[in-house]
Write a protein that binds this ligand. Structure first.
Ligand code: SF4
Length: 479
């Protein structure tokens, strides 16, 4: 019987996708995937260092896992992700029961490090590389279980050259590098053949894809293209019905991408566009490299390009130096742009970032908390208003699986949970399997989700008339 692994993942979609890549690598190396950390021989923790809480969670997890390790002889424990990249072998020294540590550029070595751990070797590999080799990963193993049926993440670029003053990502993920387009198109076509209908293109500044190559006029060598051109090529792949991308940086929007939103039906009418602050003074202190006015222009252009397009965002409150007037500018902009949802954070200094050196103007904790609550109140109001405006509309949801009610109350009629093109959660009484596309009429709005009624009748699972990957054959190479 093959040895089993389990991966605990913290943090952003990038980490979730890295865990998928790890699982796939381990399956190819002959491991089996366990349902939990109970019955497994290898446990990997994929960490996040964006927020202090996530880092503390790792250390408390590792302390508790001493017992897990001792329970069954011959178990191995590994740590990867952003905290691993930052701390390297300091974590190995601190936790004697930890077997290996791997950085964000070292995923491909994990099967080898896991094997070595069973021979009693302990090591940390956190070297960074500018090589494109890191994108050469095997296709989905037949036993790979997608956590989200019908959907897949697709890495198009990695790293970040922006160095926002509050962010540790350029240190933990390294410099910006774009993946050759051919590899992206091949992976997308292979995913479509396995039934994937929705691609989420991933990158720390995803819409900066290919920009360095274009600037250096090396496109022939590296095989990249502009981000909008890449989106158009992906949309041609048979079977791909929806394309999303995260996270774009406002600085890298251009007319071509706005036009793609108007002209490419597969490109979803939802953009998660991080704002961080509505005050130009704070944006400058954050080194965001755009003004509130520039941000607004792109936001309005996107909404004008695609009727019904929904904007969501990230906002940080309590950044050092943020005054009440700065915060009110943020509230005003959030209201003016009518964001439908947002990840909201209270600023916390991350060691190793320029903002952590700011000694003046720190915002008292109670003031930051009050601002966070006022911002969240506003967002709740905006979300509910946006949801109510959609009652009566017909939309199409990509089914994720049974809804929470269906899981908790099996005595009730079957109910599914899915996402509409605007990325809103829609629950509907239906029994379609995960990965299906179902037409629904929105009949009710709640603060967090929408309630839909299937149309035209119970049991109808409608798929748009795009040819499937099998019907179409393989995509041609980019020119
Ligand atoms: S753009 Fe700024 S916030 Fe985003 S990953 Fe890069 S440095 Fe961090």
């Amino acid at each position: 019987m093959p040895r089993r692994f389990y991966i605990r993942t913290y943090g952003c979609q990038m980490n979730v996708h890295d865990s998928d890549k790890l699982a796939n690598l381990l399956l190819h190396a002959g491991w089996a995937q366990a349902e939990s950390d109970g019955p497994c021989e290898l446990l990997i923790i994929n960490t996040c260092s964006i927020r202090e809480k996530a880092e503390n969670k790792l250390y408390s997890d590792l302390g508790a896992l001493r017992e897990w390790k001792d329970e069954v002889p011959g178990r191995a424990l590994g740590v990867g992700g952003c905290v691993a990249q930052q701390e390297g072998d300091a974590i190995l020294r601190r936790f004697g029961h930890l077997d290996f540590v791997f950085g964000t550029h070292n995923l491909r070595w994990v099967p080898e490090m896991a094997e070595a751990a069973f021979d009693g070797m302990r090591e940390a590999r956190t070297g960074t590389t500018a090589s494109l080799e890191r994108f050469d990963l095997p296709e989905r193993h037949p036993e790979f279980r997608a956590s989200t049926p019908g959907r897949a993440f697709l890495t198009v670029m990695e790293g970040c050259d922006m160095f926002c003053s509050f962010c540790i990502v350029p240190t933990t993920r390294g410099r910006e590098i774009s993946r050759p387009a051919q590899g992206i198109l091949d992976e997308a076509a292979a995913l479509a053949k396995t039934g994937v209908r929705q691609l989420t293109l991933l990158g720390q500044t995803v819409n900066a894809y290919g920009r360095h190559d274009q600037r250096r006029a090396q496109t022939a060598e590296t095989g990249t293209m502009g981000f909008a051109a890449l989106v158009r090529r992906l949309a041609e792949i048979p079977g791909i019905e929806r394309i999303r991308y995260t996270s774009p940086h406002p600085l890298f929007f251009d007319e071509a991408l706005v036009r793609a939103h108007a002209e490419v039906p597969e490109l979803c009418p939802h953009v998660h566009l991080p704002l961080q602050s509505g005050s130009n003074r704070i944006l400058e202190a954050m080194r965001r490299r755009y003004t509130a006015e520039e941000y607004s222009r792109w936001a309005e252009a996107l909404k004008a390009a695609r009727p019904g397009l929904v904007l969501t965002t990230d906002v940080i409150v309590g950044f050092p130096g943020e005054t009440e007037a700065d915060f009110e500018a943020t509230l005003a902009l959030v209201e003016a742009l009518a964001f439908v949802d947002a990840y909201t954070f209270k600023y916390s200094p991350r060691p190793g970032t320029p903002a952590a050196q700011l000694t003046e103007g720190s915002v008292p904790a109670d003031v930051a908390q009050d601002r966070l609550e006022r911002l969240q109140d506003l967002l709740r109001r905006l979300t509910l208003a946006a949801h109510r405006a959609r009652v009566g509309e017909t939309t199409e949801i990509l089914v994720e699986g049974p809804s929470r009610r269906a899981r908790e109350r099996p005595d009730q009629p079957a109910q599914i949970r899915g996402r509409d093109p605007q990325h809103r959660v829609v629950n509907a009484e239906h029994s379609a399997p995960g990965g299906s596309l179902v037409q629904v009429e929105i009949v009710e709005a709640t603060p967090h989700s929408l309630i839909g009624r299937p149309v035209p009748e119970e049991g109808a699972t409608l798929t748009r008339g795009k040819r499937t990957a099998d019907e179409e054959g393989r995509l041609s190479a980019p020119s």
